[in-house]
Design a protein. Structure first.
Ligand code: ADP
Length: 537
């Protein structure tokens, strides 16, 4: 038990001594006495005193003043004071003492038992008070820690969002270059073999896009922002696309990939084909990744048909390394892998199945993994879909960007720091008869608009020296009408809505994402430049 300090103040030495003697046997009490209230006050200010026994009638400072002085000092206000008095038991004295801050009285001549009992009971109170104070401080500390942790979590969430925005931009920009050049090549004379190489190149860039989308998807699903976009989907078409991609991948590894389809499968279902493909391609690419010999099979079956609803089962089976039985449950968690060392041997982020599981849940479906170490694995995904009536699929009349009518007489300023993208966009714009000037940052764009009147500006969002957003703001704030009103398309590689909103907030007329579709870019340019002509005429 902690030792408590007790102070006795009485102008008569013999009273101090007798009180000391009376309390000498009380455990855990450290007693100090003085006949001078001033000396006692100084002592109280410098020591951690728990209880004071104070005589009422003293020549220097009387007991009531002494207690008031203790009360007014933040170092001593919590001392428990017992007044020791011989003068009167009348109420007015009692009240005076209590008003000045004392908590009890002892009357002379002192009754030894009562004195000891009172001191002991106040010691108990001090212990309880100190315990309460400690607990309060602890609470205060943990409250502060919680506040700090919340602040840190908010900061971490913000920096995660920024990281995602930046990363998605950094990766999408070069992919945009790759897909753009692929489109350009596609419109040049090619032999059959070269066309096939282009297919692979296209597939590979799509895969790259899928990876960054994985990371973005996970945070989108976790924040409840992912919505499924249902449309009439050809099941056979989805499976055919997957077969095209994964047959080649499997062959490269020296294994085989087959797709086995049930005859009874409906031709068309209402599905989010992008997400359905995402679930299946995650499972198939894992199958191929973890299989060194043998095969991976995607089997699609109709389990049940009820009115216009179909219950479909997709199973992806491989003859690969298998999964330890105690790891099967955790492989669906983010960043978890079946076994230590898997990343080193096979690579991977541990995100694929976490996304699959969440997407399956969004579909209100079920997924199960069946596996034994060394015996291959099977992932089974079951889900209900609406069946859609089948009619002949409309022939795709997707326009090529090279087939579009000329947009003569248009001069565009392109601000883009990535050389590959700049080259590719310039080429496309030139194909449509547009004159293009290129600059590498927002600052150079501002210099250019000083001397040349443009029909439109294509402005990348993130550029060194001056960002696209800052440049757009500067243009929109220009005094000169012909500069202020120039149509601006912001090119943003970020898929985050916030980023697109920021472009509009800065003053962009349209936002084009990367990688963009040349035909839609053409349409936007046409609409914006025609609108401008109308307002000018
Ligand atoms: P990763 O990027 O690591 O492949 P996933 O979430 O797709 O992440 O998979 C998590 C883990 O589950 C893998 O690291 C692996 O241990 C295990 N796993 C997934 N599919 C298979 C499979 N077909 N065969 C064996 N192990 C698998």
């Amino acid at each position: 038990m902690e030792k408590l300090k007790l102070v006795i103040v009485d102008d008569k030495e013999e009273n101090v001594l007798s009180l000391k003697a009376l309390l000498a046997d009380v455990d855990n009490l450290d007693i100090w006495g003085s006949t001078s209230p001033n000396e006692a006050l100084r002592y109280c200010w410098n020591q951690d005193i728990a209880i004071a026994l104070v005589d009422v009638q003293m020549p220097e400072i009387n007991g009531f003043e002494f207690v008031s002085l203790l009360q007014s000092n933040p170092k001593t206000w919590q001392i428990m004071v017992i007044m020791v008095t011989a003068i009167s038991k009348e109420d007015k004295f009692l009240l005076k003492g209590l008003h000045s801050g004392a908590i009890d009285y002892l009357y002379k001549p002192l009754n030894p038992d009562i004195t000891v009992a009172k001191v002991k009971s106040f010691m108990q109170q001090v212990y309880i008070q100190r315990e309460l104070k400690r607990k309060n401080e602890e609470l205060e500390r943990s409250h502060m820690e919680l506040v700090k942790a919340k602040k840190e979590a908010d900061l971490a969430r913000k920096s995660k969002e920024n990281f995602l925005a930046n990363m998605s931009h950094e990766i999408r920009t070069p992919i945009n270059g790759i897909t753009g050049i692929t489109t350009m090549l596609r419109n040049s004379p090619l032999n059959e073999e070269q066309s096939e190489w282009l297919d692979y190149l296209e597939n590979a860039s799509q895969q790259l896009l899928l990876i960054i989308n994985d990371i973005l998807d996970l945070s989108k699903i976790d924040s409840g922002k992912m919505r499924l976009d249902f449309a009439k989907t050809s099941l056979a078409g989805v499976i055919k696309e997957l077969t095209k991609l994964f047959t080649y991948k499997a062959e490269q590894k020296g294994i085989t990939f087959h797709a086995v389809n049930d005859d009874k499968l409906p031709k068309h279902i209402l599905a989010d084909s992008l997400r359905l493909t995402q679930i299946l391609s995650n499972l198939i690419s894992n199958g191929i990744k973890f299989t060194e010999e043998g095969s991976v099979t995607l089997e699609t079956k109709l389990l049940k048909r009820s009115k216009q609803r179909v219950h479909i089962q997709f199973s992806v089976k491989d003859t690969g390394i298998g999964i330890n039985s105690n790891a099967i449950d955790k492989i669906f968690h983010s960043f978890e892998q079946g076994e230590e060392g898997i990343t080193k041997r096979f690579g991977g982020t541990g995100l694929g199945l976490a996304i699959v599981k969440r997407l399956v849940n969004l579909h209100q479906g079920q997924i199960h993994a069946y596996s034994e170490l060394g015996m291959g694995s099977e992932f089974v995904f079951q889900c209900w879909f609406d069946e859609e009536a089948s009619e002949a699929a409309p022939k795709s009349d997707k326009k090529q960007y090279t087939d579009l009518p000329m947009l003569d007489g248009i001069r565009i300023l392109l601000a883009e720091d990535n050389e590959l993208n700049s080259f590719m966009v310039t080429h496309m714009l030139n194909t449509w008869g547009i004159t293009v000037d290129t600059v590498k940052n927002g600052k150079e764009a501002l210099d250019k608009v000083e001397n040349i009147s443009y029909s439109l500006i294509l402005m990348d969002a993130h550029m060194p020296v001056m960002s696209g957003f800052d440049a757009i703001r500067a243009i929109r704030n220009d005094q000169r009408e012909h500069i202020r009103n120039v149509p601006i398309i912001s090119i943003s590689a970020s898929v985050l809505q916030r980023e697109q909103q920021a472009a509009y907030a800065a003053g962009a007329d349209a936002v084009v994402g990367k990688p963009f579709d040349p035909v839609s870019l053409y349409q936007i340019i046409k609409t914006l430049t025609q609108a401008k002509d109308k307002t000018n005429s």
